[in-house]
Write a protein that binds this ligand. Structure first.
Ligand SMILES: NC(=O)c1ccc[n+]([C@@H]2O[C@H](COP(=O)([O-])OP(=O)(O)OC[C@H]3O[C@@H](n4cnc5c(N)ncnc54)[C@H](OP(=O)(O)O)[C@@H]3O)[C@@H](O)[C@H]2O)c1
Length: 259
């Protein structure tokens, strides 16, 4: 599999490069906006690969990559979608904070290439979402509050994973409860039918998600804690191996894990 890495000089990009090299995968293109000209393997701490970071997604047009793994920014993902579609390169994207325009661009690209976007590439979070759906359906009148914690450099809030967990609750409950972001002042007594969402930022926390399901006299706390970015990089690489050669369309990590 010929692999392109978008966001190659970022935290996740470096983890993807390192694990791809350790797995013996061929990296043919590395796109970033910093560390341009640096060998991407040296940047990731695994020695020279002969592939240097280039600034500009147009590099994908001639890279003949089978799959592009993207952990970058919403703007870069938006730009990547049509370029990958034109190049016939499948996309595995984990970039979060995408708006409707970027999501629509992914949908359009998926008419021409296989494409998987997933706000959390960890298998543990995938299972957590299923447990959350099960618990909140069974405890239909209990309150739900989602608390996520990430490192101080994270730029979007709430996390894509927290939003995905809220979607799992909405799908499991009648009336699709709406999300309320934080509370301050005098919001009054908590009404039924809302999902509280709270984002904590600080230190070097890789990613914690706690779903509180609160009843009278008892409560559940369903928790996932990531202690290494490698779990997300592993998930993305597994998805990339799976998606190479698939028919055009939108895929999910669930599709990958089912097979
Ligand atoms: N799905 C998951 O499992 C998962 C897990 C972890 C993180 N994420 C998400 O992945 C994204 C990246 O996270 P991170 O922690 O790696 O952030 P990061 O360290 O800031 O890396 C993002 C990288 O994208 C680069 N970039 C910006 N514009 C670009 C462009 N036009 N072309 C190519 N590269 C570009 C940035 O370059 P500059 O440094 O020059 O700006 C940076 O190196 C975020 O959205 C994060 O929430 C998802």
């Amino acid at each position: 599999m010929r692999l392109a890495v978008v966001g190659a000089s970022g935290r996740m990009g470096r983890a993807v490069v390192r694990l791809a090299r350790e797995a013996g995968l061929e990296i043919v293109c590395a796109v970033g906006t910093t560390e341009v000209g640096r060998d991407v393997g040296e940047l990731a701490g695994v020695g020279p690969t002969g592939i240097c970071v280039v600034d500009g997604l147009a590099a994908l047009e001639h890279a003949r990559a089978d799959v592009a793994i993207d952990f970058s920014t919403p703007a870069a993902t938006l730009a990547l979608a049509p370029i990958a579609a034109a190049a016939g390169t499948a996309v595995v994207s984990g970039t979060t904070g995408l708006d409707e325009v970027a999501r629509a661009a992914l949908d359009r690209a998926a008419a021409r290439i296989p494409l998987l976007w997933e706000p959390n590439m960890s298998i543990g979070v995938h299972v957590l979402a299923r447990l959350v759906a099960q618990a909140t359906a069974a405890l239909a009148d209990w309150d739900v509050e989602i608390v996520e914690t990430h490192h101080r450099a994270k730029v979007d809030a709430p996390s894509g994973t927290a939003l995905r967990l809220a979607e799992a609750v909405q799908a499991a409950r009648v009336g699709s409860p709406h999300v309320v972001h934080g509370r301050q002042g005098r919001p009054g007594a908590r009404p039924a039918g809302e999902i509280g969402m709270h984002a904590l930022r600080g230190g070097d926390v890789v990613g914690d998600h706690v779903v509180h399901v609160l009843g009278g006299g008892e409560r559940l706390e369903l928790t996932h804690r990531a202690t290494s970015r490698d779990v997300f990089a592993h998930g993305a690489l597994r998805a990339a191996s799976w998606i190479a050669g698939k028919a055009p369309g939108r895929y999910t990590l669930g599709d990958v894990l089912r097979t």
